[in-house]
Write a protein that binds this ligand. Structure first.
Ligand code: PPS
Length: 328
């Protein structure tokens, strides 16, 4: 791989030029149809390299997967705290108090944007259990992840709330120079599956089908269920990861402390999440926290939008066994 540099860049460029392209929501990059999903132009090289070169997977690795704006930051915080509850039993000096979850649990694909060898070395030096994030659809994950014994925790969100969250977010983080995307324009795109890492239905169904076929490999969670009974799902995640809470830990309030630490109210008020920027695009950390509620869609949807999206959800998820309460 040492001499790969220029040749690889050339191949990446050729690949991008060969793909169908769509205008994004309100971002300064186009979306490309890569392996049947809409990959942001600025990520395509990294996703492609991640798929090719992420080989050294450890059985103890955990990959937190999500469609954007589904509660990624929340499930990253919870999974990190649960998997490390022996290492950080006291929440007083917990890493989440000083580090944003996106930094603590790095996105795998974005790690492959720079020098590949440096990044692989960096990942191999991470403390175990290594916990990563990904927005890559299941079908496009590297073989190494699919074939190893590492675990995948997937979170999805009711498409109505997912759409509202995404529309607010993309308009918030867009460069000042670009016009805002109207709700009508965004809705049209969402209904056609055009959003970063979309279509949302293929993303959900990829992980859903795998969680049915391979329940010890993929734990499929819904944002709404997690909101409704966080305690139950925290225990479920711990059991799935093979680090269940003891009776003593439960009665001494360890689960409650984790829930409180990772709660929307707590996380959004932490200094580390209130100021500063993150990632290549320089996103303000505070923009990852908006309302953190379920059911906010009622404040945005017209009856005709509701009817249209309900029909799409029903059609796309039909026969899969996956449904969302209000749409079924
Ligand atoms: S991203 O950009 O894909 O990583 O965004 P993601 O984290 O997937 O989704 C952002 C939405 O999650 C809400 N949020 C939370 N909900 C519950 N608990 C916690 N701790 C939490 N942190 C963030 C965030 O506010 C976004 O939802 P909306 O509906 O826009 O408020």
């Amino acid at each position: 791989m040492a001499s790969m540099g220029g040749i690889q860049e050339n191949e990446d460029e050729k690949l991008i030029l060969s793909l169908p392209k769509e205008k994004p929501w309100a971002q300064p990059y186009d979306l490309y149809l890569f392996q049947n999903f809409w990959c942001p132009g600025i990520h395509i090289q990294a996703v492609n390299r991640f798929q090719k070169y992420f080989e050294a997977v450890k059985d103890s690795d955990v990959v937190v997967a999500s469609f954007p704006k589904s509660g990624t930051i929340w499930i990253k915080a919870l999974t990190f705290s649960i998997a490390n509850h022996h290492r950080f039993p006291s929440l007083e000096n917990h890493p989440l108090l000083t580090t944003n979850p996106h930094e603590l649990v790095p996105f795998l694909e974005f790690s492959f944007g720079g020098n590949i060898q440096d990044q692989i070395l960096h990942l191999s030096n991470m403390t175990e259990p290594r916990i990563f994030g990904t927005h890559t659809p299941f079908t496009s994950l590297p073989k190494s992840i699919k074939e190893s014994n590492c675990k995948l925790v997937y979170i999805c969100r009711d498409p109505f709330d997912n759409f509202v969250s995404a529309w607010n977010y993309f308009n918030k983080v867009k460069p000042m120079s670009l016009p805002a995307l109207t709700m009508e324009e965004a809705f049209e795109k969402y209904c056609n599956g055009i959003m970063d890492y979309g279509p949302w239905w293929s993303h959900m169904l990829g992980y859903w089908n795998e969680s049915i076929a391979n329940p010890n490999k993929v734990l499929f969670l819904k944002y709404e269920d997690l909101k409704e009974d966080t305690n139950f799902h925290v225990k479920r995640i711990a059991e799935f990861l093979g680090c269940p809470f003891t009776q003593k830990e439960e009665s001494s309030g360890v689960i409650q402390s984790i829930i409180k630490l990772c709660s929307f109210e707590n996380m959004k008020d932490l200094e580390v999440n209130k100021s500063g920027k993150i990632g290549r695009g320089g996103i303000e950390k505070k923009d990852f926290f908006r309302k953190g509620e379920k059911g906010d869609w009622v404040n945005y949807f017209t009856p005709s939008m509701q009817e249209k999206l309900s029909a799409i959800v029903e059609e796309k998820l039909s026969g899969s066994g996956l449904s969302f309460k209000k749409c079924s």
